[in-house]
Design a protein around this ligand. Structure first.
Ligand SMILES: Cc1ncc(COP(=O)(O)O)c(C=O)c1O
Length: 461
């Protein structure tokens, strides 16, 4: 007797699609976005082309104000340091610096960008695992706060501070288990192994380095506020230990970023509104723990700690959308509708882990059906949405994809296509180009062609 084994298939669970038949019939028309902050999408596409990124200055300012209000109404002083890697468009950084945010940078490039924009070094926090001597020297001379990542960096920084004879206040980055997040043990000094204590002792023995800050960033898109309670508890306990044993007097606790935005992470069953904590819930968890943990310290007359936040995605994600147009349609062999869009994962890196909202710019007629949205790249994984319920679209129809403000304009690829323009809609309704579209001259400007390769191409007749 022969047995034929069934092919194993990965089990999956998917929420019901909106827009398909239900007891009330099928919805028609549906939700659509005609304007962004009062400016017609059609006008934006006419003036700046498709695809197009559109930033809302108002939303960005509202978001950062809401974050600051949530924290400052519970604890003071609070500093927000803008995480450049999340979105380092000058217009975004400048808006946030106008709102009082400092800069949080992780490379020589980001440091130079912040300085060129006019941020004083004393308002820059320098994180990250890669800092070469030249940039460390510049930071020491200019007085930026360096967050030390590893022992080699610690020794190098100590040597630089001694050579320059500059007393340098530093922060160390810590990593540890919270029980609610995956431990990012590759960044900073581990608490449980004793590496963090060892680093604090070494700084305590330095003639030129002064340990003033503790930092950790326990993950991103953190949905459980208890992770932050544990983080603050661990930072405070460690602070007590090193203040007693390592000649440190800590002035600030930097809890990193990680607050979730209203974006739908793939694989998350419930809608984001039900799972993403509000800014008040994050602030409650963090500030109440901090107040409790530092009460005794303050009673002893020690100075109040500054709470530093490096929130990135929660501040910028929903302040930006991507408008993309349909350039072709195709019925797939399995019956699904599919469309080719002029923007794909080259512009929307976050499509790999989010199910972005996709809304048409007019009321669509017809029956919604399961649809795949492809990008323009010759690459099988160039998918904007794997499965979305949409009525039929035509070539030239545009779709508004959101939220896209976090990590797309920094992680995008100049791959196959030019990168398009980015505009900002200001609070008075005016629109500015904050990054123009790329062209061939831009891209060729990085290259040089050796003389013997210039021309004389040998094509057969
Ligand atoms: C050190 C540090 N701070 C802040 C952030 C911003 O994180 P988020 O966008 O999750 O708030 C990151 C992101 O990776 C980070 O590495």
């Amino acid at each position: 007797m022969t047995h034929t084994l069934k092919t194993w298939q990965k089990p999956s669970i998917t929420p019901h699609q909106l827009g398909t038949l239900n007891k009330f019939g099928r919805p028609v028309g549906g939700d659509y976005v005609e304007k962004i902050d009062g400016v017609a999408v059609d006008d934006l596409l006419r003036d700046y082309g498709s695809p197009l990124f559109v930033l809302s200055e108002k939303r960005l300012r509202d978001n950062i104000r809401q974050l600051k209000r949530a924290f400052e109404s519970r604890y003071q002083p609070v500093i927000h340091a803008w995480s450049y890697k999340t979105n380092y468009l000058n217009a975004v950084c400048a808006t946030l610096h106008q709102e009082g945010s400092w800069a949080e940078v992780v490379s020589a490039f980001e440091y130079e960008k912040a300085r060129a924009l006019g941020v004083p070094a004393s308002r820059i926090l320098f994180n990250g695992p890669h800092k070469k001597r030249a940039i460390l020297e510049r930071c020491v001379k200019e007085g930026a706060r360096i967050h030390i990542d590893n022992l080699d960096e610690l020794y190098l920084l100590d040597a630089i501070a001694r050579e320059l004879d500059i007393f340098t206040s530093v922060t160390i980055r810590l990593n540890f288990e919270t029980g609610y997040t995956e431990a990012w043990s590759r960044f900073g000094f581990n608490l449980e192994s004793g590496a963090a204590f060892d680093a604090a002792i070494r700084i305590g023995n330095s003639s030129h380095l002064k340990l003033r800050g503790l930092h950790s960033h326990v993950g991103t898109f953190i949905l459980d506020t208890r992770a932050y309670q544990v983080e603050v508890e661990k930072l405070c306990d460690f602070m007590e230990l090193i203040e007693q044993q390592a000649h440190a007097l800590i002035d600030s606790l930097d809890i990193g970023g990680g607050f979730a935005s209203q974006n739908a992470v793939q694989g998350l069953y419930l809608p984001t509104e039900q799972v993403v904590p509000t800014m008040s819930q994050y602030a409650d968890a963090i500030c109440s723990t901090l107040i409790t943990k530092t009460a005794q310290r303050e009673a002893q007359g020690k100075p109040r700690l500054t709470l530093i936040l490096e929130s990135g995605r929660a501040v910028v994600d929903d302040a930006e959308v991507l408008i993309s147009s349909v350039v072709g349609s195709k019925r797939l062999p399995d019956g699904r509708a599919s469309y080719i869009m002029d923007a794909g994962v080259n512009l929307l890196f976050t499509a790999f882990w989010y199910n972005h909202k996709v809304k048409p710019t007019r009321s669509l007629q017809g029956i919604a059906e399961e649809t795949v949205l492809y990008g323009p790249l010759c690459m099988n994984i160039d998918i904007v949405r794997q499965s979305i319920s949409l009525p039929p679209l035509s070539v030239g129809d545009s779709l508004v994809i959101s939220p896209v403000g976090a990590y797309n304009n920094t992680q995008w690829l100049q791959f196959i296509e030019y990168r398009p323009a980015i505009v900002m809609v200001h609070e008075n309704g005016e629109v500015s180009v904050i990054r123009r579209a790329e062209n061939l001259a831009d891209i060729n400007s990085f290259e040089s062609l050796p003389d013997h390769l210039n021309g004389q191409f040998n094509f057969s007749e």
